[in-house]
Design a protein around this ligand. Structure first.
Ligand SMILES: NC(=O)c1ccc[n+]([C@@H]2O[C@H](COP(=O)([O-])OP(=O)(O)OC[C@H]3O[C@@H](n4cnc5c(N)ncnc54)[C@H](OP(=O)(O)O)[C@@H]3O)[C@@H](O)[C@H]2O)c1
Length: 404
């Protein structure tokens, strides 16, 4: 009967203001409680729950376990029911949807144009673990089991799919029960330095499908959450045709259920224009290098162009490959908030509504990189970070990489 008491306490909370550790309640698709605001009435509950005045809780917690019905016990010093470190991420706090319920380790998501929910911070496997299966295995294991992450970005080009698969498997074996968002990338046709890769003009469609199937096999999954084209083909003269063939291949894989969402990476506006001429599915994501210190929040206008299509931005290298850690501007802003420079850098990305793809092998850094959702940068700080000088030499900037 403890859950009845807890529901009563939660109901009492709802009538005053929302609990401070929870950003919102979701009820049948509508938000009824915003942090610091009075809750709005909610008369119908999804998931078979019943409306309880203004609250929407399930009648029974049998399927979620007693602890899951204990939101009032969760606070800044909460102990996690799922064994994760208590990162203060709040969007799912009162989500009474089975065992995934917890205030700890549940990551805020953004909704793609096809309705799929994509985590807002993703662990990249393309940094120091590049081409190193054992290091990748350990990083992914630590990220899921101890670091609070539940999303991994990899690529055919990183040559570490086996490590990603091993890391996920061993985390699960050791009790990790949460979801894993898994995304990978197929190289641009003709871009591979792999000697096995033929010159692909004319065979780009088949090559793209074959590579993606190979990736799924290596990752030991039937489908990924997101499949991306890693970069536009660097084949002057033929690039647009290859872009179109690659995109048709990803669309086919999407239709076959091999990916829950599809997108591109390092695609400039001209590349997207070329793709859109044949697309029946608009890319859900464009993953580009984007971080504070690029002289603008939207270098070259690509962010606006991408968002205008209805695609989301995934910002890779949100810490400028670690270079932002030595920026005095970033340090000053971090000190003003009692946060670390890395947190400020990640915050600059997510506060704009983008997703950050960042790498670290350190569990401590993983945890702190996720702890960016219950505080805000001021608009003056945001523009200072946008406009500041680049932290050292930038490479891979979209536009310079594109050949269309
Ligand atoms: N699509 C593409 O073409 C493309 C290109 C590049 C990257 N990516 C993706 O983006 C991911 C991230 O890129 P990235 O690794 O180049 O850059 P990043 O995430 O901006 O920076 C990573 C560096 O920051 C350090 N770091 C991380 N968290 C920190 C913290 N809390 N405090 C201090 N230092 C911290 C890491 O060192 P420690 O290990 O010491 O923490 C590492 O040296 C890649 O792994 C890959 O998945 C995609």
């Amino acid at each position: 009967m403890i859950w009845r008491l807890l529901l009563l306490s939660a109901g009492a909370l709802a009538q005053d203001s929302c609990p401070p550790w929870c950003a919102k309640f979701a009820c049948d698709g509508s938000t009824w409680c915003q942090k610091g605001e009075k809750p709005a009435p909610c008369v119908h509950c999804g998931d078979g729950g019943e409306a309880k005045g203004v609250s929407c809780f399930k009648e029974s917690c049998a399927d979620v376990g007693g602890d899951c019905c204990a939101p009032p016990q969760l606070n800044e010093a909460m102990k996690c029911t799922n064994g994760l470190h208590p990162v203060r991420l709040h969007t799912d706090c009162f989500n009474f949807k089975g065992a995934s319920y917890t205030c700890c380790g549940s990551l805020p998501t953004t909704t793609l144009s096809n309705g799929v929910e994509m985590p807002k911070v993703i662990l990249g496997a393309g940094g120091s673990t590049w081409m190193n299966v054992d290091k990748t295995d350990l990083m992914v294991y630590n990220a899921l089991k101890h670091g609070g992450f539940r999303a991994v970005d990899t690529a055919n080009h990183y040559r570490n799919h086996e490590g990603v698969a091993r890391g996920i498997r061993s985390a699960r074996r050791d009790g990790y029960e949460g979801e894993v968002w898994l995304q990978t990338k197929v190289e641009g046709c003709g871009n591979s330095k792999d000697p096995r890769s033929p010159v692909l003009q004319g065979h780009c469609y088949e090559h793209t499908l074959a590579r993606l199937h190979d990736d799924l096999r290596q990752l030991q999954v039937d489908r990924v959450d997101l499949a991306l084209l890693h970069a536009p083909p660097c084949v002057p003269g033929a690039a647009c045709e290859m872009v179109q063939q690659q995109w048709k291949a990803l669309e086919a894989a999407y239709a076959q259920g091999k990916a829950r969402a599809i997108g591109v990476s390092n695609y400039c506006s001209a590349c997207l224009q070329c793709l859109m001429r044949v697309a029946t599915v608009t890319p859900h994501v464009n993953q580009i290098q984007l971080h504070a210190g690029m002289g603008s929040a939207d270098p070259g206008g690509l962010v606006e162009y991408t968002l205008g299509l209805g695609a989301k931005i995934q910002a890779y290298r949100p810490l400028g490959q670690g270079r932002l850690m030595s920026s005095s501007t970033v340090h000053d802003i971090a000190n003003a908030h009692g946060k670390s420079p890395a947190q400020v850098a990640v915050k600059w990305v997510v506060q704009q509504g983008h997703t950050a793809v960042t790498t670290t092998e350190s569990i401590e850094h993983m945890r702190s990189n996720l702890d960016v959702f219950d505080w805000d940068l001021s608009s003056a700080e945001m523009s200072k970070l946008s406009n500041m000088a680049p932290p050292g030499q930038l490479d891979n900037v979209v536009g310079e990489l594109c050949v269309l």
